[in-house]
Design a protein around this ligand. Structure first.
Ligand code: ADE
Ligand code: ZN
Length: 329
């Protein structure tokens, strides 16, 4: 249809994508066999059939179990390359990719292996006109000391990956793990010149969005759909044009919203917030970028002008130079 063609043709940037969440069941199964990792599923179909979630935690349990099949530098390269192929097909020109090193270092995989595989795929993709960077995420269900040790382990890689490693983020179980738990490690990352983002207001309260901004000093909020509970915060976000990286299909699959027709992204966009659309964990939530755009557009009757605005917002919100932004939009 016209709408689908319009969405497909829009150049976009993806700013909220967990690379471990792009692991398709086929690759999970193949890597498990190659690496001798036991999965609790007998087949690819059984993996896919297990993807029914009731909340964030019910998803995270499977997501971390699935990530255990990733072992070698080549595995991370193949994972990232597969995502990039899929992104290019959706007219994604630029992606800022989250990765969770603690999920891997806990299993004895060196952090350098993770960096190397992801970065090599991003660098190779430049030949196709694709631009990509990496955002190291701390797992918020673990301690700040653990996050600090992760940042310290990555410190010696800073120069080798200066062209791709642009920031740090905060993800995993939100409720009970407020942003301020990580104030020291975020202050150090800021002093290193890294960009800062955090998941906030996905399942957690609007107060977590405020503390991510006020205490951690993040530049973007990942999800942020609970911002509407706080009118003054909404006005602040609109005035500052603080980007929210919203993930419609994720919110649906994790029961953050009961139905996409109840999603507040259109209201927040119309209130002047810098709303972007992203896929979060596409292999688990049943859709890449264009699937998320199409689902939101159909459920919320977004106009072509609004869809164009959302795509422009994604470049406005990207961690790239003003010169690069002028080339893109
Ligand atoms: N890790 C991967 N996806 C996530 C999400 N949507 N929220 C929190 N942590 C995550
Ligand atoms: Zn996420």
């Amino acid at each position: 249809t016209h709408l689908h063609d319009f969405i497909r043709g829009l150049p976009k940037a993806e700013l909220h994508l967990h690379i471990e969440g792009s692991l398709e069941p086929e690759m999970m199964f193949a890597l498990a066999q190659k690496n001798g990792v036991r999965l609790p599923y007998p087949s690819v179909d059984a993996i896919r059939a297990a993807y029914h979630f009731t909340d964030l935690q019910s998803f995270l349990d499977l997501y971390y179990a699935g990530a255990a099949v990733l072992q070698t530098e080549q595995d991370f390269y193949d994972l990232t390359s597969a995502y990039i192929r899929r992104a290019i097909a959706d007219h994604v020109r630029h992606a800022e990719i989250f990765f969770d090193p603690q999920t891997h270092t806990e299993r004895g995989i060196p952090v350098a292996t993770v960096f190397s595989g992801i970065a090599r795929a991003l660098r190779d993709a430049r030949q196709q006109g694709f631009s990509g960077s990496m955002i190291l995420c701390f797992l918020r269900h673990l301690s700040e000391d653990d996050a600090m040790a992760t940042l310290e382990a990555a410190l010696p890689l800073r120069d080798d990956y200066a062209d791709v490693w642009v920031g740090v983020g905060l993800d995993s179980s939100e409720a009970g793990n407020p942003p301020e738990k990580f104030r020291h490690v975020f202050a150090i990352a800021a002093a290193m010149g890294l960009h800062l983002v955090a998941h906030a207001g996905e399942e957690g309260p609007a107060a977590y969005i405020r503390s991510a901004l006020d205490v951690l000093q993040v530049e973007r909020i990942d999800h942020g759909v609970r911002a509407e509970d706080d009118t003054a915060l909404m006005e602040h976000l609109a005035k500052q044009r603080t980007p929210l990286t919203v993930c419609p299909l994720s919110n649906l699959k994790l029961c953050v919203v009961p139905d996409l027709r109840h999603h507040n992204l259109a209201r927040m966009l119309r209130a002047g917030l810098c709303i972007t659309i992203n896929s979060d964990d596409p292999s688990y939530f049943g859709g890449y970028m264009n699937d998320n755009f199409i689902a939101a557009a159909e459920a919320l009757q977004l106009s072509c002008a609004e869809l164009g605005q959302i795509a422009r917002n994604s470049f406005e919100a990207a961690f790239v130079s003003p010169e690069q932004k002028r080339i893109w939009y």
